[in-house]
Design a protein around this ligand. Structure first.
Ligand code: SF4
Length: 98
């Protein structure tokens, strides 16, 4: 089933670094999207593999990686990975999802 089938549309993800424990689970699940920086916290990466070092930076979720990103949000010990719809900014996976 694709994301479109689920009616989610395009998704984006951001990390609340204030709550990140630096365990690196997200970077293990989806290294194309998440990476630990030298400060020991996780950040998202842009589509062209650049680490986005601004706190709370947002990046698109590539469809083939959706399951990995969703699992990252589910397993994140800091509850600080937020996946939301681009169109209306409603969180679909993460601590603020309904
Ligand atoms: S899984 Fe969550 S707490 Fe762990 S490094 Fe990634 S964002 Fe931080």
């Amino acid at each position: 089933m694709t994301v479109q089938d689920e009616g989610l549309g395009d998704l984006e993800v951001w990390i609340d670094q204030d709550l990140c424990t630096g365990d690196g689970i997200c970077a293990q699940y989806a290294p194309e999207v998440f990476e630990l920086d030298v400060d020991g916290l996780a950040y998202v990466k842009s589509a062209d593999d650049e680490l986005l070092q601004d706190k709370g930076a947002t990046t698109p979720v590539p469809l083939p990686l959706l399951n990995d990103v969703r699992d990252s949000a589910k397993e994140c010990p800091g509850d600080c990975i937020h996946v939301r719809r681009v169109s209306d900014k409603v969180e679909v996976f993460g601590p603020d999802a309904e």
